[in-house]
Design a protein around this ligand. Structure first.
Ligand SMILES: Cc1cc2nc3c(=O)[nH]c(=O)nc-3n(C[C@H](O)[C@H](O)[C@H](O)COP(=O)(O)OP(=O)(O)OC[C@H]3O[C@@H](n4cnc5c(N)ncnc54)[C@H](O)[C@@H]3O)c2cc1C
Length: 358
């Protein structure tokens, strides 16, 4: 019977990128995915790589900054190995912050003044006088990113089992020996739970991960280069893609595992986008969708070893999972292979929650 060094539960961007990082360290890796790899939160995301100090929880800032810096190299490798493009854009973000935040952080404001008048940076914006900041952030197309990660993983010899839901983490004498699925079982001395919003459902632990729904839509910009920057305001954000799409998001809803969109919400987001950029009223709506972010009680990820030898978790990336992908893969690969993690991960320890046996 075939065995592996490590089994990853969940083929989202976190699981796929970790599979690559482990494979690079010569581990034999299997990714087990309940559906099709990369079709859940990682497919739904806008792809902003937002590591800005006043939107990121303080405890997460070092990882957010490190991951943002790792992105160009991470993308370069994926594009190289997959032969696919993932639309990493570096035009930056125009942020319309809530007024009280600007007053709270005068130092931040001085560091992030606009490099040119707003009317020059983004002529399509309705209100060129609105207070704004410029952030040197990137964005990426998450759908292209997961496709490239999957192709690169296969290319590197990562095994995958799709349409195969893991039902339990299997133990013998208190140690991990593999996983059971609805169809079969797989053997490995290490298992990493990367099941996103579903990661709390797997025995023997109930990690307190929960789904936080986000609805979005995509439109076809009525003309080329209508927008160059990501534009983020408290009421809505706009993320341009190089192929002429503009993504408009998003909601934060506690709605369980319901992934339906509703017309009123989509219209509200669309109206808010048109208020920012009036020409978007002429834009054709291409699609709308909803995805489930993996949320946690303190809005921080859960990263590291559990109390069960051989059982690890990398989940709870909430609104920043695309941003945090490179650093998560890097750190989790260090932990799983017994090296010391490069950053202090105490704030993300699975042990901070009282996890009940299922
Ligand atoms: C609307 C929206 C906008 C977002 N925008 C951004 C953004 O701009 N920037 C950013 O950084 N982040 C963003 N995010 C957050 C980001 O998408 C997530 O944090 C990230 O995708 C989480 O990745 P993941 O691999 O943990 O989860 P997922 O992509 O959900 O992958 C988990 C996988 O596990 C599988 N699975 C579950 N249970 C089992 C099981 N029992 N057995 C086998 N497989 C299982 C699922 O099918 C799924 O494929 C956004 C999210 C949403 C919903």
């Amino acid at each position: 019977m075939k065995t592996w060094d490590a089994i990853i539960v969940g083929g989202g961007i976190i699981g796929l990128s970790l599979s690559l990082a482990l494979r690079k360290r010569a581990l034999r890796v299997l990714v087990v995915e309940r559906g099709e790899p990369g079709r859940e939160a990682s497919y739904a995301a806008a792809g902003m790589l937002a590591d800005c100090t006043f939107e990121t929880p303080a405890a997460l800032q070092p990882l957010a900054t490190a991951s943002a810096q790792m992105y160009p190299e991470f993308v370069h490798e994926l594009e190289d190995e997959s032969g696919m493009r993932v639309d990493l854009r570096s035009e930056g973000t125009i942020l319309f912050p809530p007024a009280e935040h600007v007053h709270d952080r005068p130092g931040f404001r001085a560091a992030d003044l606009l490099p040119a008048p707003l009317a020059e940076l983004e002529p399509a914006l309705a209100d060129p006088g609105r207070p704004a900041l410029y952030l040197r952030e990137r964005s990426v197309d998450p759908r292209a990113l997961v496709s490239a990660a999957l192709k690169a993983a296969k290319h590197r010899g990562v095994d995958t089992s799709s349409a195969d839901a893991v039902t339990t983490i299997d133990l013998a004498d208190g140690h991990v020996i593999g996983v059971s699925t609805e169809r079969t079982s797989f053997l490995a001395p290490m298992v990493i739970n990367c099941a996103g919003a579903w990661s709390g459902q797997l025995p023997p632990y109930r990690f307190p991960a929960r789904p936080v729904k986000g609805q979005m839509l995509a439109v076809a910009a009525p003309r080329r280069n209508l927008l160059r920057h990501v534009v983020r305001a408290p009421e809505v954000y706009l993320v341009p893609r190089s192929d002429g799409r503009v993504l408009i998001g998003s909601t934060l809803e506690e709605a369980g595992y319901d992934k339906r969109t509703d017309a009123d919400t989509i219209h509200r987001l669309h109206r808010a986008a048109v208020c920012l950029v009036p020409e978007l009223s002429e834009a054709r709506i291409l699609e709308d969708w909803a995805g489930l972010r993996p949320g946690t009680p303190d809005d921080l990820p859960i990263l590291g070893a559990t109390a069960i030898p051989g059982y690890y978790v990398a989940t709870g990336h909430f609104r920043d999972g695309i941003l945090l992908t490179p650093v998560t893969a890097h750190l989790m690969a260090q932990i799983v292979t017994g090296a010391e993690a490069e950053y202090d991960l105490a704030a993300f320890s699975p042990a901070r929650f009282v996890v009940k046996a299922a």
